[in-house]
Write a protein that binds this ligand. Structure first.
Ligand code: C2E
Ligand code: CA
Ligand code: CA
Ligand code: CA
Length: 277
């Protein structure tokens, strides 16, 4: 199903009607799936371009609906944000990801995990308390966890969002600005947000091997990010040539299908063992 697929077909539903029956059903199904642990996390590794080591993994939610099959995050995350279900989703993701990191530490004790958090749930949920209780439960340190923040421009209440973010940063958690260079993200975030990492958006990165202007934009972004003291991650790297170009430009970390697709925890453990040989 496409994002503009059958959701829009009802006589009384419009494109912006988030409360159409099928959408509400989808959201109640999602809440049920989260509650019964029927959602999963997949993990995508991050490679340090200087050392050639895998240093961390990003947690990405996966949901297999009994009738609809796999529903891509792009189809339920925005809806979850609008309806408030994101609060439950984030709670589940943080708990699962930190628990899984503990497991992964048996393979590599230096691994870190990145968790995606939306700007909207930064404001509504008690994220700081959530991370603190789970870090305690799984005996993890805050510097082993990165919070990836997407859609910074969509912060309903920028003051409150910023305060929440500073609260997280003060506990020692790392903050990453996701999708940097995409949509409405702006340079002013770099000054305002207490972040330590920027993730260059896939759309920017993907065609640097074919487009001179993309190459220049990415190189400029890397230099600026590094100059300001950020860890710079390039996402969506699909080819070896792109990886080499990024390394030459001084990008710090890399993520993408070229290295590894997002995979289940059990697969990841095996992958990590093979990767280290
Ligand atoms: P994102 O955080 O920017 O995650 C990267 C997306 O790009 C993931 O899609 C990943 O599977 C995909 N990807 C990774 N490498 C490549 C590549 O080389 N080529 C291409 N074409 N794609 C690549 P996914 O898992 O479908 O997630 C889409 C978005 O949904 C994420 O974008 C994130 O914004 C959101 N999302 C996913 N999981 C969560 C979650 O647990 N919580 C929240 N709040 N949002 C999530
Ligand atoms: Ca992300
Ligand atoms: Ca991203
Ligand atoms: Ca994204």
């Amino acid at each position: 199903m496409t994002p503009h697929g059958s959701f829009e077909t009802g006589v009384y539903s419009s494109k912006n009607d988030i409360y159409s029956e099928s959408r509400l059903t989808l959201m109640s199904d999602l809440r049920g799936a989260l509650h019964h642990n029927r959602t999963q996390l997949h993990y995508q590794p991050k490679l340090d371009l200087k050392t050639g080591q895998v240093v961390g993994v990003e947690a990405l939610i996966r949901w297999h609906h009994p009738e609809r099959g796999w529903v891509p995050p792009i189809e339920f995350i925005p809806l979850a944000e609008k309806t408030g279900v994101i609060k439950h989703l984030t709670r589940w993701v943080v708990d699962q990801a930190l628990n899984d990191l503990k497991t992964l530490h048996q393979v590599d004790p230096a691994l870190t995990v990145s968790v995606n958090v939306s700007a909207r749930d930064l404001i509504s949920s008690e994220l700081k308390g959530l991370f603190e209780t789970r870090m305690k439960r799984y005996q993890l340190r805050p510097d082993q966890i990165t919070v990836e923040l997407t859609e910074t421009a969509a912060m309903d209440d920028p003051e409150k969002g910023l305060a929440a973010l500073e609260g997280l940063a003060n506990t020692g958690l790392k903050i990453s600005i996701d999708d940097f260079g995409a949509g409405y993200s702006s340079l002013s975030y770099l000054k305002r947000l207490p972040a330590t990492e920027i993730k260059l958006d896939r759309a920017l990165v993907q065609d640097i091997d074919s487009s001179e202007s993309s190459r220049m934009i990415v190189e400029t972004a890397i230099n600026m990010g590094r100059g300001l003291g950020f860890q710079v991650v390039a996402e969506g790297v699909e080819t070896e040539q792109t990886a080499r170009l990024l390394q030459g430009m001084g990008a710090g970390l890399l993520q993408g299908y070229w290295l590894c697709r997002p995979i289940a925890l059990s697969e990841l453990s095996n992958w990590l063992v093979i990767e280290r040989q």
